[in-house]
Design a protein around this ligand. Structure first.
Ligand SMILES: *Cc1c(COP(=O)(O)O)cnc(C)c1O
Length: 333
């Protein structure tokens, strides 16, 4: 069975602008001594785009198959996932309940109200809050309580789960992205991509290896240290292979993580990330975000001397709406 056939067993609510462009980053590449390219998954179309569009096509395909009327989802206050879910649910005529977790300590007023939160409100989502940002199972359990209440009111709720004990449905979107990349006929010496929940990283890596492509994929840690993330990626790859009903084609040696840009922690922008965001804007006219893609670019810039002359792909996963929530961090010098 081909990988495409395996993917087609899963319902999908197609609405992303796909395939996304693969573009050279000539100016920044020249400065870094690389043949640098970008995969424009910030331009997936709906709800200001980003990687979550590919993931949510598969979650919302399931929701549609169950005739859901309300989508429930949990994430950090400035989550791109929940904003995109609210937009895609709206397109499908479903309501959206968003649970925002306190993952970032000492958030500013802008962090709480601007950026993605502003968009969540414009989209008409119902916002709930959850006091703990490190308790994925608890966050999912609280969503189930909200779901029960909705059910009692006659709604059909569908939960987009967060915790790693649930099938990695969203990763299917990045298995599809791997197929898409290989149709774009440019091969790379290395790919850099953010590794948070790891669904993006796992989907891309498993998809490439399943198709016999051996391009090194470096996951840049944005949420937890490399040791913990390696375990998570390994586990999620097994779960993804099971979901696709195939053997896992990824070896342990294939799981590469770079934690060099993680400090000072999830959702907080250090000086090198800020520099990477500003440098990319000033050389390429391309906006990165302070939580994910800025860190990926910071890690890539640090590795550039080792990669001299190589063709490198920076996978842009979106997130720019969060820039507005971090205005204070850009203002301070
Ligand atoms: C969620 C997110 C990521 C990380 O993707 P995961 O699949 O959770 O690892 C990267 N970049 C942006 C902009 C995101 O919103």
């Amino acid at each position: 069975m081909t990988l495409e056939t395996r993917l087609s067993q899963h319902p999908r609510a197609r609405m992303g602008h796909l395939p996304t462009l693969l573009e050279p980053m000539t100016n920044l590449g020249r400065q870094l001594g690389l043949d640098l390219w970008v995969k424009r998954d910030d331009c997936t179309g709906i709800g200001m785009g980003g990687n979550k569009v590919r993931q949510l096509e598969f979650y919302l395909g399931k929701a549609q198959a169950q005739s859901a009327t309300q989508v429930l989802i949990t994430g950090a206050v400035q989550s791109n996932f929940v904003r995109t879910a609210a937009a895609m649910a709206a397109r499908l005529g479903m309501g959206c309940h968003i649970q925002l977790e306190e993952r970032v300590t000492e958030p500013t007023a802008l962090y709480r109200e601007n950026g993605n939160v502003l968009l969540d409100r414009v989209l008409g989502a119902t916002l709930h809050s959850y006091p703990d940002g490190e308790d994925e199972t608890g966050a999912d359990a609280n969503l189930r309580t909200i779901a029960k209440n909705l059910q009692a009111a006659g709604e059909v709720p569908f939960i987009v789960p967060l915790a790693a004990d649930q099938p990695p449905t969203g990763a299917l979107g990045y298995v599809d992205a791997a197929i898409e990349l290989l149709t774009q006929d440019t091969r790379f010496d290395e790919i850099f991509i953010a590794s948070g929940s790891a669904l993006t990283h796992c989907g891309l890596l498993l998809g490439l290896r399943a198709l016999g492509d051996e391009t090194p994929v470096t996951g840049v840690c944005v949420r937890r240290r490399a040791t913990a993330q390696t375990t998570r990626v390994g586990q999620r790859l097994k779960d993804l292979a099971r979901l696709l009903d195939m053997p896992n084609p990824v070896t342990d040696a294939d799981i590469r993580l770079d934690e060099s840009a993680l400090a000072p922690g999830y959702g907080r922008m250090g000086p090198l990330t800020r520099k990477a965001v500003e440098r990319t804007a000033r050389t390429e006219g391309l906006f990165l975000d302070p939580v994910y893609t800025g860190k990926v670019m910071a890690a890539l810039i640090r590795r550039a001397p080792d990669l001299a002359g190589k063709r490198v792909l920076f996978w842009h996963t979106g997130g720019q709406p969060a820039l507005f929530a971090y205005a204070d961090a850009f203002a301070a010098d």
